[in-house]
Design a protein around this ligand. Structure first.
Ligand code: SAH
Length: 221
């Protein structure tokens, strides 16, 4: 794996930036300090890997900004062995952070070619324990439900009902909800089969949570 002292130095600076911006969870910071984010971008764009910005990864999708990844991971209050469902695998970076927090990670992606690419890539960098799934995140993943935590990494206009159903009692869902341009980060806690409490946090801008799947052969060339 190509990870130089220069990359490690840039990563340490990124961790410092996140700390300065208010991320306090040491395990989250350690995870970000350990994951070679430059490997998630095309080699030509490596310079961007350790700046605190989102970046295009193809298929009109992005690898989330490190601050956003840290923020969501922190709100999720991950404990070792937590069973977590992530919606929107994308590059797989967020899933790696959760995996280093010792969670059992399931991650769903609706775009088949992105799913295939990331599913091949994660074992190559030592994250073969992450279970990647191809499907529509609105459906969740009943086969592996219920989950301790659910993390949505695309913007929602409403709290997806089937995902709330697939949370354990006492479980937490972190989800950006709002309009196309701007969303508020929410943390929902499932109190009973029918009762949920919600807390609202800062504003973010995510790519949309879309219905259905896109199969690889239907992608425009
Ligand atoms: N977590 C990713 C960033 C996600 S960007 C990372 O760490 O890189 C949001 C992703 O959600 C995109 O890849 C998009 O294709 C996916 N997505 C959008 N709607 C979806 C749905 N209904 N089901 C599964 N994935 C979805």
């Amino acid at each position: 794996m190509y990870d130089s002292y220069r990359h490690k130095g840039l990563r340490a600076n990124l961790v410092k930036t996140l700390r300065d911006k208010g991320i306090q969870n040491e395990n989250v910071l350690l995870a970000i300090g350990a994951i070679p984010r430059h490997l998630f971008l095309d080699r030509a764009f490596e310079e961007w890997a350790y700046k605190d910005v989102a970046f295009p990864i193809g298929n009109e999708q992005t690898i989330s900004q490190p601050y956003t990844v840290a923020y969501q991971s922190q709100l999720l209050e991950v404990k070792p062995k937590d069973k977590i469902l992530e919606i929107g695998t994308g590059s797989g970076y967020q899933a790696c952070v959760l995996s280093l927090l010792k969670a059992k990670v399931y991650s769903i992606e609706r775009q088949e070619d992105l799913f295939l690419k990331t599913s091949r890539f994660l074992p190559e960098i030592g994250f073969g324990a992450i279970r990647t799934l191809y499907g529509d995140g609105y459906e969740g993943y009943p086969k592996f439900a219920p989950f301790d935590k659910i993390l949505i990494t695309a913007s929602c206009q409403f709290f997806p009902k089937k995902l709330l159903q697939q949370l354990k009692i006492g479980g937490i869902m972190v989800v950006p909800k709002g309009n196309v341009k701007e969303q508020t980060m929410y943390r929902i806690t499932k109190r009973s089969e029918t009762e949920f409490s919600q807390e609202a946090f800062d504003k973010f801008a995510f790519v949309p949570f879309l219905k259905g799947v896109v199969s690889a052969e239907k992608m425009p060339i």
